[in-house]
Design a protein around this ligand. Structure first.
Ligand code: SF4
Length: 383
């Protein structure tokens, strides 16, 4: 079975039958340990022992959608809804910057209140206050023009999990007004505009079988995202999936290592969901090749209201406490938190006008912000 791991490392891909064999044999003695070791070797070559932090700001818990697995779905009348103001979002960023965060992830449900104009103003304000930071958006499905406006305002990365690349499975997780086709179109549009794009899926979601996982791996290979977020499915008590079995941490970590060997330059988070299902899940993820952590910078008063799933960890901790806790965890497994933007290896910086306009005169362009060169995994270490 180790031969399959070697082939995956060498060629970056396996056939469907080889992946099936590898996944079916994942509990064989020594196999996971060997896979994780190879994933670490590959990860160290590109990202050394750096772990990148993303400061997550969950700024609106309103959502117009009704995904069956999600605690924020519009039919969940028990969910408490909130929106942060632009000033509150900027305050989160300022606090995060002081703590060493150089990427902010603005995440929300699909909330129509945050129009292109409102979002672009927020992005421009963050860009002006923190020109050394990357701005990531995670706002769900929007129109091409909307993505373009936000990119020109200064956002550079976008996270949009595809959830599953299998049509049948997608339909089983979502109401009929959402489609896999449209989700994939959005991902391709984001890529076309120039965002660093993150997709991702849940492990163990209801209706998922081996075929679905293979579809996810083949989709990722073809799509070539800069980041892939995977976490175990965890049921939420006020959703149609309340009684379903959660996904497994072990399979999630195994898939993280497979992804590292498939696409060595990926940004791979050890997700909060992984830390929720297993108290040492994030450490296990890092030891299997993950290189990103996404602690919460949202004000503590709203944390418990942004519950995609039950028993989410770290909802009561201040940002500074989270930061210290994570640093200890990272050091505990022999890695180091890097204070830098943490872009995907090989990412080429692009110019983005602060005004949202796109002047053709090069002299005019000088007035605008030029994104800094990326240190490609060479972060400054905290003391
Ligand atoms: S998964 Fe996203 S789009 Fe679906 S209900 Fe939850 S917040 Fe809304």
């Amino acid at each position: 079975m180790e031969k399959l791991v070697d082939k995956l490392e060498r060629e970056g891909m396996l056939s469907r039958s080889e992946f099936t064999e590898l996944l079916a044999g994942r509990k064989q003695a020594g196999l996971a340990a060997y896979l994780f070791e190879r994933a670490r070797v590959v990860r160290h070559r590109i990202y050394r022992r750096d772990v990148y932090l993303r400061g997550l700001i969950e700024f609106s818990s309103y959502c117009r959608n009704d995904c069956f697995y999600c605690g924020l779905r519009k039919s969940n009348t028990a969910a408490e809804r909130y929106r942060l103001s632009a000033d509150e979002i900027l305050e989160c960023c300022a606090q995060g910057h002081a703590l060493g965060f150089r990427t902010f992830v603005l995440q929300s449900g699909e909330d129509p209140y945050f129009t292109d104009e409102r979002m672009a103003d927020i992005v421009r304000a963050i860009r002006a206050a923190h020109p050394d930071c990357a701005i990531t958006l995670s706002l769900g499905e929007r129109a091409f023009e909307s993505y373009r406006i936000l990119f020109e305002a200064g956002a550079e990365r976008y996270l949009l999990r595809h959830e599953t690349a299998n049509e049948r499975h997608y339909q089983g997780l979502h109401p009929s007004d959402l489609s896999l086709r449209h989700r994939l179109d959005c991902l391709h549009e984001l890529q076309e505009i120039g965002y660093q794009v993150g997709c991702g899926f849940m492990v163990g979601s209801p209706g998922q079988d081996l075929d679905c996982l293979l579809d996810d791996l083949f989709f990722i290979k073809e799509f070539k995202p800069q980041m892939v977020g995977i976490g175990p499915f965890i049921p939420h008590k006020d959703t149609p999936f309340a009684g379903e079995k959660p996904g497994e941490a072990g399979l999630t970590v195994f898939l993280l290592a497979i992804l590292r060997l498939m696409e060595p330059g990926l940004l791979l988070p050890a997700t909060t969901a992984l830390g929720t299902i297993d108290p040492r899940g994030r450490e296990a993820g890092i030891l299997a090749g993950a290189n990103v952590l996404m602690p919460n910078l949202s004000p503590v008063r709203v944390r418990a209201k942004y519950l995609l799933y039950d028993n989410k960890i770290c909802t009561g901790d201040e940002a500074a406490e989270c930061r210290i806790c994570l640093e200890k965890r990272v050091r505990g497994v022999g890695y180091a938190v890097a204070v830098c933007r943490g872009d995907c290896a090989g990412f080429k910086p692009v110019r983005v006008p602060l005004t949202g306009e796109n002047p053709s005169d090069p002299k005019e362009m000088e007035k605008y912000y030029v994104r800094p060169e990326i240190p490609e995994g060479r972060g400054l270490y905290l003391s």
